[in-house]
Design a binder for this molecule. Structure first.
Ligand code: AMP
Ligand code: ZN
Length: 113
């Protein structure tokens, strides 16, 4: 999709510290990390977010969550981690391309502010 920051990271026209890539999923380091491990895991296909009507089609979510779990494992999050997908204005979503934040290696408070 034109003018989508994360589509540009997928196609390589915007640089990112990519830590995983296959035909349907890309994961990269968040530019403004909120924890020692802060990765973003996204589908290569543009979906606007969790509320996108296509989000449950096919095996996209299965693949994303498999990559999240593998990356948590590889990045030493054995004490636990958090997976977050902000959705829409009230959810605090700033980039309208579906993404899951993987946060780990520090204790995270609950509830969020
Ligand atoms: P959200 O606010 O949930 O939509 O998350 C968007 C995330 O993208 C934020 O945590 C940003 O720090 C991150 N971000 C924005 N631009 C970039 C970029 N060029 N490379 C990596 N992460 C980015
Ligand atoms: Zn996109």
């Amino acid at each position: 999709m034109d003018n989508c920051l994360f589509c540009k990271i997928v196609d390589g026209s915007v640089p990112a510290e990519v830590v995983y890539r296959d035909e349907s999923v890309v994961a990269f380091k968040d530019i403004n990390p909120q924890a020692p491990v802060h990765l973003l895991v996204i589908p290569t296909k543009h979906l606007s977010g969790v509320s996108d009507s296509s989000v449950t089609e096919g095996d996209t979510l299965n693949k994303l969550f498999k990559v999240v779990a593998d990356l948590a494992d590889k990045n030493g999050c054995e004490k636990g981690y958090r997976v977050v997908s902000n959705c829409g204005e009230d959810g605090g979503q700033t980039v309208p391309h579906l993404h899951f934040h993987l946060l780990g290696k520090r204790h995270l408070n609950w509830p969020p502010g």
